[in-house]
Design a protein around this ligand. Structure first.
Ligand SMILES: Nc1nc2c(ncn2[C@@H]2O[C@H](COP(=O)(O)OP(=O)(O)OP(=O)(O)O)[C@@H](O)[C@H]2O)c(=O)[nH]1
Ligand SMILES: [Mg+2]
Length: 294
């Protein structure tokens, strides 16, 4: 294509800021899973969209935190590798957060020549005073090219961000074919869908002990057969994932099938097995099966 533009856009910020919600809102489909719990995203997820002659490639990243557990260490190293070599960095700040200083301080690490913009998110529920306070703290970073105030959840302010990205995107050939949406392998994308349901249905810490692997994926024109394993660390956790009379796993399966149908656009046959693998977060083979490392 003549005069084509293409930009790699890293979306970074604290856990739970709304990074994945924003990426999905811009792309117009769920390429990255979302939940009310922190550290939903464990690896970088690329999502793409095209507007006119411009291709925008978003790199959704795990939220930045000071790591404590073995899993957090891997997640944070995935974050650190994810925004190098990007043309544009969008720093997402949760306007409802009690302490935005660590988020704002992330700006000081970004010196790779990328265009930098800040997105103040969740303005639908944040107090005006907090929003203005964040904006005033940002004013001393004169290299920040633009500050947006948006609600990713309500899709308010998304078009302004898109316009800005198209404007600053460099002239370059498209990196992906049009309408790719995401380059995540379908098996991993389907595993992520089930993991999202675990984040919604399981309490507190349990989602952090769990990964999902798609072991069988077979599709015909009308139907997809998917076999997945939910891997937990202890036998007691297996009981919780299955639930009383299998009720928990039934709910998870029901919700996962609904999303999988939207993605694949066909009938879904889903079987889920629950397995125990002790200390999987400390073993490379499992981190690979989980898609957390390549
Ligand atoms: N009210 C409101 N909630 C939002 C908004 N954006 C995101 N959320 C909610 O915030 C929570 C976290 O959203 P995610 O998109 O998973 O956040 P994230 O930054 O990707 O989180 P990690 O992957 O854990 O780092 C979810 O419950 C979202 O529905 C917003 O604009 N307004
Ligand atoms: Mg996320």
């Amino acid at each position: 294509m003549q005069n084509s533009k293409c930009a790699f856009v890293a979306v970074i910020g604290a856990p739970n800021a709304g990074k994945s919600t924003l990426v999905n809102a811009i792309i117009g489909e769920k390429v990255s899973i979302v939940s009310p719990k922190i550290q939903t995203t464990r690896r970088q997820i690329r999502g793409t969209t095209e507007v006119g002659n411009t291709q925008l490639i978003f790199i959704d990243t795990p939220g930045f935190c000071n790591p404590n557990t073995p899993l957090e260490k891997v997640i944070v190293s995935n974050f650190k590798n994810s925004y190098r070599d990007c043309d544009i960095v969008l720093l997402i700040i949760d306007a409802t957060s009690k302490n935005v200083t660590p988020s704002i301080k992330l700006l000081e690490r970004l010196s790779n020549g990328a265009v930098i913009a800040v997105v103040i998110n969740k303005v639908d529920i944040a107090e005006k005073k907090s929003i203005l306070e964040i904006a005033s703290q940002l004013s001393r970073y004169n290299f920040v090219k633009e500050v947006f105030m948006i609600s990713a959840l309500k899709k308010d302010g998304i078009d302004d961000i898109k316009k800005f990205l198209i404007d600053v995107a460099p002239n370059a050939p498209w990196f992906f074919e049009a309408n790719t949406a995401t380059d995540l392998p379908v098996t991993l994308r389907l595993a992520e869908i089930t993991r999202e349901k675990l984040f919604y249905h399981l309490d507190k810490e349990l989602p952090y002990s769990v990964y999902v692997e798609t072991e069988v994926f077979h599709e015909t024109e009308k139907k997809a057969r998917i076999y997945q394993s939910i891997v937990v660390m202890k036998a007691s956790q297996k009981g919780i994932v299955l639930g009383k009379c299998g009720n928990m796993i039934k709910m998870i399966k029901h919700d996962a099938i609904e999303d999988m149908r939207k993605i694949l656009n066909k009938k879904i046959e889903l079987k889920i097995f629950v397995k125990v693998k002790e200390k999987w977060t400390e073993k490379a083979v499992h981190l690979r099966n989980a898609g957390i490392i390549d």
